[in-house]
Ligand binder design. Structure first.
Ligand SMILES: *[C@@H]1O[C@H](CO)[C@@H](O)[C@H](O)[C@H]1NC(C)=O
Length: 982
């Protein structure tokens, strides 16, 4: 047999080369999904804007984006606005306020998103010392337009007039004194006057104030007047400008007080009509509050009654109810959201609510034109998996835009959904690449399930007929150059199998709120999505704690993902476990009655302290079991398994828990104690390791990777043995008082440090680390010192065992002496997250992948990070090892940016997964946007043929070798047989 081995090996290597992909097809396969996140609802909810004769939607989001969506849901443009607060559209531009108190004003071109100017007004660090109801946004800032100018109210005390065309600021005015008792909250332009409504806090209850300015010169033209109003809290109280017939004498100040709403006339000479007009909703009906739907400048607001009824109220000569939303009085009809719009002389008021009788979402619209009121109602096509509406916007043609509790954005018209954007993808907690099956098996399984013998025979004979065509196709595929171009057609529910090279996988992405997606790794397309819990108007009931891939594709069925989440329902917290089928999104177990939401498995009350994947396999399902530690240090298994309980009793394991307590943070090692009722285990503490006066940033296990070699061959033929210990944890922390960063490599079985680094002059919490095999890489931001200018640094450490060699050693044996080889470098960019490329067999070089703060995904070749790069002239041995001479600065060129052309934003995490091709790593970076690539080749394309490769001669060689094997095999067998006789 031995004599045949080289021949077989040669054959094998040629075959695998022939199956490989051509290099000119690689490197083009990446994608980017630009997301915007969840819209802010106050003080500026999403609205429609006419663009190119269609309805575009504009919004600001919790991810600090100002964005415009086209009518088909595509992103027209987005701009990052840090601390974005509110916006207002004016003709072809949009004015945006940002900063806590609106101290920054920007003007963007509505069509293109181009920034025309930016002005800072006042002190960005100023704070309001007012107690405001939770969730109040935008208090003390406002926007009002006047001809060629915009007025900005900021800091609750400063008024600035800015020229729209160029951002020059001709006038400004500031409330005299410290202003701590008077808070300006709204401004309205009325003719040539600018009116300001404020709240005065010096009295026992806040009351309203009013001040009129000359709009030209921003000079007060009156004394500040006081409105005797009992507000309750400062968010109550509005400044309204009635329209047309009610224009005299000008403005009204309105507020809700004692179940009624009250208005008074405000005069520009600084006086207030002493006669306050009460508006009572009617016999036995009382106001709960007023709802501002953005039509205050036209004198309209909505009034919500205690009964739930919603009225359209016009403030004219007193209050005047224009209309009441039909059925809004019925308690059973719940969860309403409201909006208002003005277009071409028509005011529209929209209410979207759930109609329990019809079990459907309805849109009610009240239109007011010249005193004529019309009311319509129609069904809203909102799929239950998108949760419930949190905000709506409507256009006169009946287009309805909804932002929902599951972070979906949807546009519909006349019962038809025009687009749905899944913005929950901007909130991913964890992702898993899932390997797909072979196409043949899948199809064959489906066929064989119901096929009679005769049918199978006929099919086989039929297939035999196709054999020559198949052989011809096979040869063609290998010998032609352009045939494999259609590598990865998009996955679909019916086509869930892998391509020839495993370049396409399914990505299961789990969001923080418990929404799960199946994504196509080749294009980011959504194959399925599932809600693990309910979402109400305030948000999700689940908070995802962790996710693990617990089963790969195999005899037991589809791959599975375990999700652990804390559910808060009725004020009670329960830790829940879910098992999700990666191919379909189906969740094991029952569904909540009448809903497509799984019941899940309740594990214990309260939140987990730690959770991790164990090495045990569940006896029935074949899923790897997740260990979960509750706050009483009890270990739970998910799913539970009697057999595994016995296995644990016989051969226990170790796990760690990070304790963040007031006295300080400690890492503790545990082993399960004797099993208790219900298959739980008390934790038996083995060791504890405090991190005194440090803030622990992260504890992470080794990056998973198959070990292809146990040592590193040197140029002089000597071997350095890698320190390989699967139980290592990497702990990063900072000592805030000494600005020192720390990186510890800890053996989780003993708590002992295998390696420790102290990093001086660290800025804030900027320390990141990752480790694979024996290679630790950490990056930090250094403050400027006398020695240097500061900036990001990256260090590379390899741990070797001195002298002895050992491929496998008990983790309980005394630790070997460890030698660390370290080198550090200056890095030109920030490091937001750090990981390694990975390959199927661990043979291909492991490079570092990281995210820069500019949102790019960058790639650092291992060659450059090699800690053994010679600092002096390379010796002969070092040359032989092909080491690059040391240079303290790592060059980062365009070719290292793998997200190259894409304007990716907000990437925070990065995941890598091997393809079937050893050379290729699949990458997904997520955060706000998603970026995916399937063409990262750390070691170059060593297993990929160039286009110039002479495939025909390769085929001929293969044929010849194959014939050789066929001839030689019987002879070898005879020889071996005879050898056995002696
Ligand atoms: C969506 O609409 C915009 C402009 O209205 C257009 O440029 C874009 O190509 C459209 N996208 C798709 C996928 O139809």
């Amino acid at each position: 047999m031995a004599s045949m081995l080289p021949l077989l090996l040669a054959l094998f290597s040629l075959l695998s080369a022939a199956l490989a992909l051509q290099s000119d097809l690689a490197g083009v396969a990446d994608w980017h999904k630009a997301l915007i996140g969840v819209p802010h609802l106050t003080p500026s909810p999403p609205t429609f804007v006419p663009l190119d004769g269609a309805h575009a939607t504009i919004m600001i989001t919790e991810e600090d984006m100002l964005a415009v969506l086209n009518g088909n849901g595509s992103l027209r443009w987005r701009q990052e606005v840090p601390d974005v607060l509110s916006y207002k559209v004016h003709n072809d531009a949009v004015v945006v306020l940002s900063g806590t108190l609106g101290t920054n004003t920007r003007l963007y071109d509505l069509e293109s998103g181009r920034l025309r100017w930016e002005v800072t007004t006042g002190d960005a660090s100023a704070k309001l010392d007012w107690r405001l109801p939770e969730g109040t946004r935008g208090m003390g800032s406002d926007i009002a337009f006047h001809d060629e100018h915009v007025f900005i109210l900021s800091e609750a005390r400063r008024i600035t007039k800015i020229k729209l065309s160029d951002g020059t600021s001709p006038w400004g005015w500031e409330f005299p004194g410290d202003g701590s008792t008077n808070l300006f909250k709204q401004i309205v332009v009325n003719g040539d006057e600018l009116n300001v409504l404020g709240v005065l806090s010096s009295l026992s209850v806040p009351t309203l104030t009013h001040l009129t300015f000359n709009a030209e010169r921003i000079m007060p033209i009156s004394e500040m007047s006081h409105v005797p109003a009992g507000l309750g809290d400062p968010t109550n109280g509005y400044l309204l400008a009635p329209r047309g017939e009610y224009r005299q004498p000008g403005l009204r100040g309105c507020w809700a007080e004692e179940s009624r709403y009250r208005c008074t006339d405000l005069y520009s000479d600084g006086t207030v009509n002493e006669r306050i007009k009460d508006h009572i909703a009617g016999t036995g009906r009382r106001y709960e509050r007023m709802i501002d739907v953005g039509l205050r400048e036209h004198g309209f607001m909505l009034g919500l009654l205690k009964s739930g009824a919603v009225l359209v109220v016009e403030v004219g000569d007193g209050g005047h109810v224009v209309a009441e939303f039909d059925r809004s009085r019925q308690h059973r009809n719940g969860m309403p959201v409201h909006s208002g719009a003005y277009h071409d002389g028509v005011f529209t008021f929209t209410r979207v609510y759930y109609n329990h009788d019809d079990k459907a979402w309805k849109m009610q619209m009240i239109s007011v034109r010249d005193g004529n009121v019309e009311q319509t109602e129609e069904a809203v096509p909102l799929d239950a998996r998108h949760g419930i509406p949190r905000s709506c916007a409507s256009a006169p043609d009946g287009s309805l835009f909804l932002a929902t509790s599951t972070r979906a954005l949807q546009l519909s018209r006349a019962g038809e959904v025009l687009f749905t954007r899944e913005e929950a993808l901007a909130d991913i907690a964890g992702v898993h690449f899932v390997e797909l099956g072979e196409p043949e098996t899948e199809e064959a399984l489906g066929l064989m399930a119901h096929e009679s013998f005769v049918a199978r025979l006929t099919r086989h004979i039929g297939m035999l007929g196709r054999l020559p065509a198949y052989v011809q196709h096979f040869v063609q595929r290998l010998s032609s150059t352009a045939d494999i171009a259609g590598q990865t057609p998009p996955l679909s529910k019916d086509r869930l199998h892998r391509d020839q090279f495993g370049l396409q996988k399914l990505i299961v992405a789990v969001t923080n709120g418990g929404k799960v997606y199946g994504l196509d790794s080749a294009n980011g397309g959504v194959l399925w999505s599932r809600n693990l819990g309910f979402f109400d108007q305030k948000g999700p009931e689940l908070a995802v704690y962790g996710t693990w891939a617990t089963r790969a594709l195999g005899d037991r069925g589809n791959p599975q993902i375990a999700v652990l989440a804390v559910r808060t329902r009725g004020g009670k917290q329960v830790t829940m476990g879910y098992t999700v089928d990666a191919f379909t999104g189906d969740v094991a177990g029952e569904k909540e009655g009448g809903h497509d939401v799984p019941v899940g498995k309740g594990l214990f009350a309260g939140a987990p302290r730690a959770a991790f994947l164990t090495k045990y396999i569940h006896c029935c399902t074949g899923n790897t079991i997740v260990g979960v530690v509750d706050d009483k240090d009890t270990l739970h298994l998910f799913p539970k398994c009697k057999k595994v309980q016995r296995e644990i009793e016989v051969a226990p394991f170790f796990y760690t828990v990070l304790d963040r307590e007031l006295e300080g943070t400690s890492l503790r090692g545990y082993t399960p104690g004797e099993a208790e009722e219900g298959i739980t285990f008390p934790g038996v503490q083995l060791w504890s390791r405090p991190f005194p006066v440090q803030e622990v940033l992260d504890v992470s296990p080794l990056h998973p990777s198959p070990v292809a070699s146990f040592g590193r061959a040197l140029g002089d033929k000597a071997v350095l043995y890698k320190y390989l210990n699967p139980h290592l944890l990497v702990v990063t922390s900072v000592s805030p008082f000494s600005a020192t960063g720390h990186v510890y490599v800890v053996d989780s079985t003993t708590g002992a440090s295998v390696h420790e680094v102290d990093i001086p002059h660290v800025v804030g919490k900027h320390v990141r680390a990752a480790m694979v095999e024996n290679w630790l890489v950490y990056a930090w931001l250094e403050s400027p010192t006398s020695a240097g200018a500061g900036g990001w640094r990256i260090a590379s450490v390899e741990l070797y065992e001195r002298g002895a060699q050992s491929a496998g050693r008990s983790s309980l044996a005394p630790p070997p002496t460890i030698e660390a080889v370290t080198q550090s470098f200056v890095l030109g960019t920030d490091v937001a997250a750090l990981t390694f490329t990975t390959s199927k067999y661990g043979v291909a070089t492991k490079d570092v992948l990281y995210i820069t703060d500019a949102g790019q995904v960058a790639h650092l070749p291992r060659r450059l990070l090699d800690p053994r790069r010679p600092t002096s002239k390379p010796t002969k041995a070092e040359q032989e090892e092909m080491l690059v001479p040391y240079d303290p600065v790592l060059p980062l060129s365009a070719q290292h940016i793998i997200s190259h052309i894409y304007p990716a934003k907000g990437l925070r995490a990065i995941a890598a997964s091997p393809a079937l091709l050893e050379s290729t790593t699949l990458v997904l970076a997520y955060g706000l946007d998603l970026f995916g690539s399937r063409a990262l080749q750390p070691s170059g394309n060593f297993d990929i043929l160039g286009t110039g490769f002479a495939k025909t001669s390769l085929l001929l060689t293969l044929a010849a070798l194959g014939a050789g094997v066929a001839v030689a095999a019987p002879a070898v067998r005879r020889k071996q047989l005879s050898a056995k006789w002696f």
